[in-house]
Design a protein around this ligand. Structure first.
Ligand SMILES: [Zn+2]
Length: 435
């Protein structure tokens, strides 16, 4: 566990003011107040602070609270990913500052009524980080939506192809994925398939890799959106691709899929229940985030289970993270983005994007940020700030006070040792000066 670089003194009330809103905030019209509109020194927080009010606040409050709870879970899952992947960038994500010249900034959007952090590094990992994954996947989802809409506007048709191969418990995920990638390359580059797709009017495709883990071990599969300029006979296309896919898997030294289970095609417009539950765009981009069906766990299910104490799930998540490292979430075939007027945005850019309508409202002192990190309360802090804004209560103040008191109790020995050391050193220096 991280220890505060500058330990708290005996009494939590001596901790430095936890906001710097009274130091610098050009957007704050009343610099003497913090985000909750009250004086901001921790020493001034008392038990008489107003209690949260839950009644009579309407749907806004309920919706905001449930969204905030989901975000709290994402932060906690990110902490779990950090524990499982100590060498990965996710460990710095929304923890370390970008500029060391200032503290962690809290922003607030008055329209959406949401708070967020600024001046913090992001890892941009769609596979390892539940917080970045939410933002990046949303960006990818909107790109797909835009692309599909543009293609249909042009008079085109979209179909969803799912490919997999036979697999068994104990199969190595990285090897399975490498084999599938090779088999797919064979499928696209085969002369006969190229000719056939050209005859059907194929203009491009988008590939998404997805994996679940179930009783038969890892189940990697690919969702591929096929873009045609005319309607196709789904049954005939499925038969054609299934036979070729079987051949390509064999060539890539993979276990051969059956004709029924290796390949599946659905109409993008009237997708089956598997797709309709999520919508076509989400099926393509949020496969590893959503909850698994039919007994299979998605990678973030494994993370959730690991956080709940399942060591095996934690090890499986580590295997998944190693297998997916450096992989792209979506691959668009050459020229398709340009054709469908979709701009290029990297994962890093998507993860770093900030809500432009949010206003900087306060700056958290470093000591307070460390407390928040030690007790894994990043999500709770934003939630408290948002709800306080709605009912003018004191959740944020009380939360920070609780953390400070907890710290003093849990680290009392260290605090006392440090205080003794400082005092002995002062005495020594005094003696040296006098002599
Ligand atoms: Zn991240």
């Amino acid at each position: 566990m991280t220890i505060l670089a500058q330990p708290c003194p005996k009494n939590a009330a001596y901790i430095a003011p936890y906001t710097k809103s009274n130091i610098s905030s050009s957007n704050n019209t009343n610099p003497s107040k913090n985000i909750t509109g009250r004086a901001s020194a921790l020493g001034k927080i008392t038990k008489s602070a107003s209690k949260p009010v839950f009644k009579g606040l309407g749907d806004d409050f309920v919706i905001l609270r449930s969204k905030a709870c989901l975000r709290v879970k994402r932060f906690l899952l990110q902490d779990e990913a950090c524990r499982l992947l100590p060498a990965e960038r996710v460990n710095n994500c929304l923890k370390n500052r970008i500029s060391k010249e200032k503290g962690v900034v809290v922003k607030y959007n008055k329209v959406t009524k949401t708070a967020s952090y600024s001046n913090l590094q992001t890892c941009g990992s769609v596979w390892n980080c539940p917080v970045c994954a939410a933002k990046i996947s949303e960006q990818r989802r909107s790109e797909l939506k835009k692309g599909i809409a543009q293609h249909r506007k042009n008079g085109g048709y979209v179909y969803l192809l799912t490919l997999t191969n036979s697999h068994h418990f104990g199969d190595n995920l990285e090897q399975l994925m490498a084999g599938q990638k090779k088999a797919l390359k064979y499928l696209w580059s085969d002369r006969k398939t190229k000719e056939h797709f050209a005859e059907l009017g194929k203009v491009g495709h988008i590939t998404a890799n997805e994996v679940t883990h179930g009783k038969n071990g890892w189940h990697p599969h690919m969702h591929i959106l096929l873009f045609f300029d005319a309607a196709v006979d789904i049954k005939a296309l499925q038969k054609f691709i299934a036979e070729y896919w079987q051949h390509c898997c064999k060539k890539a030294k993979l276990k051969e899929p059956s004709l029924e289970h290796g390949c599946d095609i659905t109409d993008g417009k009237f997708a089956d229940r598997y797709v309709s539950k999520w919508g076509l765009e989400e099926e393509m981009t949020k496969g590893h985030i959503k909850k698994g069906r039919e007994g299979g766990n998605t990678p973030f299910d494994l993370l959730r289970l690991s956080e709940a104490g399942c060591e095996r799930s934690g090890r499986l998540f580590q295997q998944y993270a190693a297998a997916y490292k450096g992989k792209r979430q979506l691959s668009w075939s050459s020229g398709l983005k340009k054709l469908l007027l979709v701009e290029e945005v990297t994962d890093k850019e998507a993860a770093e994007s900030e809500d432009e309508d949010s206003i900087e409202e306060q700056e958290l002192a470093l000591e307070i940020w460390r407390l928040i990190l030690i007790y894994k309360k990043r999500g709770e802090v934003l939630k408290a700030i948002e709800l306080d804004r709605l009912d003018n209560a004191n959740r944020f103040d009380m939360l920070i006070e609780d953390l400070a008191q907890r710290y003093v109790i849990e680290y009392q020995d260290k605090i006392m040792r440090d205080a003794d050391m400082i005092s002995s050193r002062a005495e020594y220096l005094e003696q040296v000066e006098m002599s």
